[in-house]
Design a protein around this ligand. Structure first.
Ligand code: NDX
Length: 256
């Protein structure tokens, strides 16, 4: 049966950090090619409807930790913190897999990126789940620790911002439409990447609540993955709409 190999956790977390840096260097200058940054040349055969693509891509991030949690024998009942934190992770990906895709009005998604996205979700789902279920040690009163409570608060706040902002984006289109408009309302009043800002806050909250290397590595990865994308979205809007609000920042309200 499985047990905790701390060397494995260290190796996988370091690789995740390295991938984050690779992403940052790749995507600071050119954006990742999906959504509004996809090249026109791409053949329609190389794409899948956004619904299927997001469902398939994110499913492993829900399934892998959920299975690890369910199948661990003997079941890990103590401490409560481990199960709770693992459930938070699964909760986010339950939303991202079973709810978000069914409402999206996004363009068809490139198969090649879908493939890498899925690999990433398997990798990260395994790392976070394995660490929390087999390795993490928390005192029995972790649920009242300031790191757990403040992290959980940030997680929930970030998730709220992310879901609300994605909802505002979705409402910019009628079903079947694929055009881009200026996002309005909510945190979009302050930043072009309001949904990304929420997602980043969420995963840093998760990292603080778990106080773990794998979760900090994932929060850093998220920052390096969608941070540059927010910047490219911002540039796209400034280039496309002459009446784009001048005071709006790219990612962080009032700062950047
Ligand atoms: N999926 C995370 N790397 C990614 C997919 C791509 O969940 O090879 C990371 C995730 C993957 C990436 C994933 C991992 C790294 C990959 C990358 C591809 C290359 C890269 C694999 C897995 C890679 C190395 C080198 C390391 C191997 O038509 P449309 O689609 O543009 O429509 C959009 C619409 N919209 C508008 N509609 C009208 N008017 C406007 N002005 C509009 N602006 C946007 O709204 C969409 O339908 C929708 C949202 O669009 P957008 O562009 O704002 O968000 P999107 O990027 O699609 O993300 C959707 C949500 C969002 O909440 C975001 O926070 C979350 O998913 N997300 C996304 C990416 C990664 C991630 C979270 C994370 O790291 N935690």
């Amino acid at each position: 049966s499985m047990q905790c190999y701390s060397g494995l956790v260290l190796a996988l977390s370091s690789l995740l950090g390295a991938l984050a840096l690779l992403q940052l260097s790749l995507y600071l200058r050119v954006p990742s090619r999906y959504g509004k940054h996809e090249e026109r040349l791409c053949r329609p055969r190389g794409r899948l409807p956004a619904r299927c693509a997001w469902f398939l891509q994110e499913l492993p991030s829900f399934l892998v930790p959920a299975l690890l949690l369910a199948l661990r024998s003997p079941p890990r009942l103590e401490p409560l913190g481990c199960r709770l934190l693992c459930c938070l992770f699964c909760w986010h990906y339950f939303y991202r897999t079973f709810i978000y895709p069914f409402f999206t009005r996004g363009r068809p998604f490139p198969l090649q990126l879908l493939f890498f996205g899925m690999l990433f979700c398997i990798y990260n789902g395994f790392l976070q789940g394995y660490y929390l279920i087999y390795c993490a040690e928390y005192p029995n009163d972790w649920c009242t620790d300031i790191r757990f409570t403040s992290g959980l608060l940030l997680f929930l706040l970030g998730m709220g911002i992310n879901i609300h902002s994605d909802l505002l984006l979705r409402q910019l289109r009628k079903p079947g439409e694929v055009t881009y408009k200026i996002p309005q309302g909510g945190l979009f009043t302050y930043v072009s990447g309001a949904n990304y800002f929420g997602e980043i806050v969420e995963w840093f909250g998760f990292a603080i609540a778990t106080w773990s290397l794998p979760a900090f590595a994932f929060a850093f990865f998220t920052l390096c993955c969608i941070g540059p994308r927010a910047y490219h979205h911002h540039r796209y809007y400034l280039k496309t709409f002459t009446d784009y609000p001048k005071s709006r920042k790219a990612l962080i309200p009032f700062v950047f």
